[in-house]
Design a protein around this ligand. Structure first.
Ligand code: J2J
Length: 541
């Protein structure tokens, strides 16, 4: 028996009572609402991707088949399952199946590789791994046995496509009587992956009650209803296209979900025209690409009503270009997988939409903006954003050290973001207090990459910093003090890649220095060191 089960989030009783009384938490569960929609919207198209079009009834039938099959294979409710699938309909079917069987998905991105997937599996003590035969030219069936060798808890591997020696998702089946009833709404539905600002990614436990509230409320703010067509253009495992309002919001509303095989205009525009897509979420660099391409395309994009941009800061000038290029309503989204999501409202004045990152979803989202000592700053001043609320976690899964760092004693999550609040409640993101690189919305921990560089025999010391980048917003730059022999930059990049990491974590640039030559007296923090290196580098440009 696993002492961490059943996984529950730990909001204090008085908060639980408050969130219920306010109607935020309604006791809904994933299998509960999906079953209901399968009846209410039985013949409406739920999911479109590749050659597949599933109605709500078909999606639910697929989910039940896979759910029963997973239990027949020996998984038991409560088991964690690492899911690494791209933007394919099976991603949604598998996740719905896991909910139906009371199995707990742990979401990996397609870009993740052995080191990362093994870390998630170990942290979650996952019993199974679900992957695609291949996605974007990578064969995940080569990763699976390596994962099992590193994390023996992973006893099962299930594959979408040609399963080779593993079990195919397509052939799974089992008695429907074996399926459990609906779960406790306050139990953990899945584990999401954190951006990982310090060291390795943490696992984020989200409950049925809290997550469903976040996308139900998002639907109202993004005007998603049964007539909407929501496109997933970013990787579907990201919290943004999953829940803000994301494909779950769309499924909750009885809308249609369209999975774009890639985030660029080439893949997305024909699908927008064919499916009459009404809403899509993008990161800033993509939004700019789309805005430029929209003027030149022959595809009809006139169905688009709302273009959401989030994941990284959209500066006002870029926001203007996006609006001019696409001509639909812009919605800025400032969210985090740990919870709090801010939206500009669709009827906000243009000035707010262009210059702010929106305001919280809920009147019960508590926002504190404090100085370095934890004292609230004066109105309008920039400070650290702390938050607590009906869909913000109170702690990471299985990580006491991170919890001590990332949460205050009274349960506020330290977001690491520096913000300023306007009298209207809208927030402007002004920077951050943690050392990660926000590379076009993908968060990279400086510390994690430094550790991998330091493992190279010819690296004496390394500091990884974010550098402003015209296209990506930020790129990563590794400052390296070489050992006796100086490796080539390409060699160090290949080294990081070879450590089993996602390609987006490979430093974009490597700069060799003789010393970190700090002017400060005595010891300085890594954070100050990174700041000095960044400043020196930018001065030299
Ligand atoms: C500046 N920084 C932003 C924005 C996120 C919706 C939208 C995004 C995410 C997400 C999400 C930003 N301007 N508009 O989960 O549901 C940075 C902040 C934040 C971190 C969280 C959602 N939008 N950010 O990006 O967990 O630094 O979630 O704390 O990946 O991204 O990253 P992540």
């Amino acid at each position: 028996p696993d002492p961490t089960l059943p996984l529950r989030q730990t909001w204090p009783d008085d908060f639980v009572a408050r969130y219920r009384a306010a109607g935020h938490w309604r006791g809904e569960t994933f299998p509960g609402f999906l079953r209901e929609r399968a009846t209410r919207f039985a013949d409406a198209v739920a999911v479109v991707g590749g050659d597949t079009r599933w109605t709500y009834a078909q999606l639910w039938a697929e989910a039940e088949r896979i759910a029963a099959g997973l239990l027949a294979q020996g998984l038991v409710p409560g088991d964690r399952v690492v899911v690494q699938l791209g933007n394919i309909p099976e991603f949604i079917a598998v996740v719905c199946a896991l909910f139906r069987a009371q199995l707990v998905p742990v979401y990996a991105l397609p870009a993740h590789r052995l080191t990362e997937v093994a870390h998630f599996a170990r942290k979650a003590q996952a019993a199974a791994y679900v992957c695609a035969e291949r996605y974007e030219a990578f064969d995940y069936r080569t990763l699976a046995p390596e994962l099992q060798a590193e994390v023996p808890a992973v006893r099962h591997v299930f594959v979408v496509g040609d399963a080779a020696e593993f079990v195919s998702i397509a052939t799974l089946d089992g008695p429907r009587e074996s399926l459990p009833g609906d779960p406790d709404p306050q139990s953990v539905a899945f584990l999401q992956i954190s951006g990982g600002s310090t060291g390795l990614s943490k696992l984020i436990p989200r409950t049925h009650d809290d997550y469903i509230y976040s996308f139900r409320a998002s639907n109202a703010l993004c005007r998603i209803d049964a007539d909407s067509v929501y496109m997933v253009a970013l990787p579907a495992a990201h919290n943004f296209p999953m829940s803000s309002p994301g494909f779950f919001g769309a499924l909750y509303a009885g809308a249609r979900v369209v999975l774009s095989p890639g985030p660029g205009p080439d893949a997305a525009f024909p699908l927008i025209a064919a499916e009459r897509v009404t809403c899509v979420g993008l990161v800033p660099p993509l939004a700019l690409l789309w805005a430029d391409a929209a003027g030149k395309t022959a595809h009809d994009l006139s169905s688009l009503q709302v273009l959401q941009v989030g994941g990284a800061k959209l500066v006002p000038e870029a926001a203007r270009r996006v609006v001019a290029g696409l001509g639909c309503r812009l919605q800025q989204v400032f969210g985090m997988a740990e919870g709090l999501v801010n939206y500009t409202r669709l009827d906000d004045p243009d000035a707010l939409v262009l210059t702010t990152q929106g305001r919280p979803i809920s009147e019960d989202d508590e926002v504190l903006i404090v100085d370095d000592h934890g004292v609230p700053v004066a109105d309008g001043e920039v400070g650290h954003l702390l938050t607590r609320g009906p869909y913000t976690i109170r702690g990471y899964h299985n990580d006491a050290a991170a919890n001590a760092r990332s949460f205050t004693d009274d349960g506020f999550y330290r977001t690491g973001d520096m913000v300023q609040r306007l009298p209207s409640g809208h927030l402007i993101v002004q920077g951050r207090a943690t050392d990660h690189i926000n590379r076009a919305g993908e968060k990279i921990s400086a510390e994690e990459i430094e550790d991998h560089l330091l493992a190279h025999p010819q690296v004496f010391d390394a500091a990884v910093v974010s550098i402003p980048d015209d296209f990506l917003g930020e790129r990563s730059c590794a400052f390296v003090i070489p050992g006796d022999a100086k490796p080539r930059p390409a060699e160090l990049k290949a080294w990081v890649r070879g450590r089993g990491l996602a390609a987006f974590k490979v430093p974009d640039q490597v700069v060799f220095v003789d010393a970190f030559g700090t002017t400060a007296v005595g010891k300085i923090s890594r954070r100050e060191l990174r700041a000095q290196l960044r400043a020196r580098f930018l001065e030299d440009q």
